[in-house]
Write a protein that binds this ligand. Structure first.
Ligand code: TXA
Ligand code: MG
Length: 335
């Protein structure tokens, strides 16, 4: 383990990338000071340059150095929620490489909760940029083995921190300071929900409001399709559909879809004859933890597609992150 850490440090210092554990999903990290490393992230992931990377820090001071406008609100949020699954999108300093931010004026920052990764960043002395360690548009990794199998053809060092505790990516929160107070916008749902933020901010001396309508410009990495497993996933909203009806509808509709949507190739088997139900635990935290590992496992089943039935409790706030991922992982939604 210790040797892996030294090896990882050496790689990061020399413009290479390293797989890192976090409490959410595994990341593919490069030093923010290495343009070669940053470019390698995009190349290996086959990720378009318009999708910004999250910068991972090991201290508040590291975060403060990335923005010219540190505020009491940021102080509060990072002290309350870090290390943890909250990414703060804030105005970026001029010295933050625009490869990281896709040319935006803001940068996403978070402090992950993995002692291995925090030690790595501390020893490197600079933050690392790290997207989830999967090919663009595909299912995110929650074990070191997932990362290795995702990048079979590249020789990538992966620090093994065990299975991720949370299992879905961090909540992305944009924080904008105005004359009146703060505007907060959740750009991506995660384990930390709006009500958790409201609860934390209760009785605190902040004027703030949540913005609900998020523009594509604010959240450029948000594609219609993402997290997709190797065989199609069909979301079934219509509660009355039997397995036979799901099969008939999928047969009829899957082939009418385009081959590629926003750069992500949709999986379309040549024949559609068999399917398996994708089931998750009925407790949201457990479902989140198992989501990606189960999707990867089920995608190896010798069937033509998977289907997931949406039920009443899935509309609760605690299910938002999982439902967001399932919706984007789906090739087809049956209403
Ligand atoms: O939990 C996580 O956040 C994981 C682990 C590895 O930390 N990372 C992760 O990175 O999910 P990635 O690259 O898969 O997702 C990054 C997303 C972007 O697609 C975008 O939606 C948002 O974070 N983001 C990053 N910087 C942003 C910015 N400046 N403005 C708006 N959105 C930003
Ligand atoms: Mg990702």
């Amino acid at each position: 383990m210790v040797t892996d850490l030294s090896l990882a440090l050496d790689k990061l210092q020399n413009g290479d990338v390293v797989g890192i554990p976090t409490e959410t999903v595994y990341g593919l990290a490069a030093s923010i000071e290495s343009e070669a490393g940053l470019k390698k992230i995009f190349a290996i992931k086959e990720r378009p340059f318009f999708d910004p990377l999250i910068v991972h820090v090991a201290s508040k001071q590291m975060a403060q150095a990335l923005t010219p406008e540190w505020s009491p609100m940021l102080d509060f949020l990072c002290e309350h929620f870090w290390p943890g699954p909250l990414t703060l999108v804030v105005p970026k300093s001029a010295n933050v490489n625009s490869l990281i931010t896709s040319g935006l004026e803001t940068v996403g920052i978070r402090m992950p909760k993995s002692s291995l990764t925090l030690t790595l960043i501390e020893r490197l002395g600079v933050p690392v940029a790290a997207p989830s360690a999967n090919k663009f548009g595909r299912t995110s990794p929650t074990t070191a083995e997932h990362v290795r199998s995702e990048f079979k053809n590249e020789d990538i060092l992966v620090l093994d921190g065990g299975p991720c505790e949370i299992g879905v990516e961090s909540t992305v929160l944009k924080v904008n300071r105005t004359k009146e107070g703060y505007e907060l916008a959740i750009l991506r749902a995660g384990q930390i929900k709006k009500t958790d933020l409201e609860k934390a901010l209760r009785n605190r001396p902040f004027q703030y409001q949540f913005l609900e309508n998020i523009s594509k410009q604010d959240s450029p990495g948000h594609m219609k399709h993402h997290y997709m497993p190797e065989i199609p996933l069909v979301l079934v909203k219509n509660r009355a559909y039997t397995s036979q009806k799901i099969m008939d509808k999928t047969k009829q509709m899957l082939h009418q879809l385009p081959d590629v949507v926003e750069g992500v190739r949709l999986k379309k088997p040549s024949q559609i004859q068999s399917a398996k139900e994708f089931v998750l635990p009925d407790q949201s935290a457990l479902a989140a933890r198992e989501l990606y590992a189960q999707l990867r496992l089920m995608a190896k089943e010798p069937v033509d597609f998977l289907f997931f039935r949406i039920t009443d409790y899935h509309s609760r706030e605690e299910w938002q992150a999982v439902m967001d991922r399932l919706t984007k992982a789906a090739s087809l939604i049956l209403d």
